[in-house]
Design a protein around this ligand. Structure first.
Ligand code: CU
Length: 215
């Protein structure tokens, strides 16, 4: 928005030099298009690619743009409990997102997080009911169940919306990343982390092939 405003001021200045005429508004619009590109198109690129380890695709890796803070989200997401498993196992959310933890299982669970990031303990709650957590602190949250020690999940709470979790084939796509030099971080539960510097163009996609440790 501010970029477009700035462009109009430049176009206005140009118009003054060109002498006002009946075609002024058209020239102004043309100048704005030449300066800024078509209206509504942000100065942002897209990160796409694949995360691999030892030549194999890595699913459930989190890719995110670091060091950009946008406002918090008012969004809601869901982490289900079925068959003594958290679904999904890995999630990334924007700061301020409320995550629902419904119990759709046949047994009680007691969901908690006690280490870094958001800490909470939802207590025991019956099948068919739900608890909600507001993720209002950035960072990685490790989630467990007090009753079932093999249950675990991870939620990355991020300060901007530029993130993705890789799919089954290790692929990801992050649209609308602000142009410029950006720090991109990659995390996987067992394959470790990577940190890259990526030059994001004002338009178009940057293909990334990211290899993690093959342990
Ligand atoms: Cu449980």
């Amino acid at each position: 928005m501010s970029g477009i405003r700035g462009g109009c001021e430049e176009a206005e200045a140009g118009r003054n030099r060109l002498r006002p005429s009946a075609r002024g508004p058209f020239r102004l619009a043309l100048a704005a298009v030449l300066l800024l590109g078509p209206p509504g198109r942000a100065r942002a690129g897209e990160l796409t690619g694949q995360v691999t380890a030892g030549g194999h695709p890595v699913r459930e890796a989190v890719i995110f743009v670091d060091q950009i803070r946008t406002g918090p989200s008012a969004g809601r997401r869901l982490m289900d409990q079925r068959n003594r498993t958290f679904i999904p196992h890995v999630m990334a959310v924007q700061l301020g997102t409320r995550v629902e933890f419904p119990n759709h299982d046949t047994v009680f669970h007691n969901v908690f997080s006690y280490r870094e990031g958001k800490r909470f303990d939802l207590g025991l709650y019956p099948v068919g009911t739900m608890r909600v957590v507001n993720f209002d602190q950035p960072g990685l949250v490790r989630i467990f169940c007090n009753i079932h020690s093999n249950m675990s999940a991870f939620i990355w709470v991020l300060e901007n919306p530029y993130f993705a979790v890789t799919d089954r084939s290790g692929r990801f796509r992050i649209p609308n990343v602000p142009a410029g030099e950006q720090v991109v971080r990659v995390w996987h539960e067992r394959r470790g982390t990577r940190r890259l510097s990526v030059s994001v163009p004002r338009e178009g996609a940057v293909p990334l092939e990211i290899a993690l440790g093959s342990r």
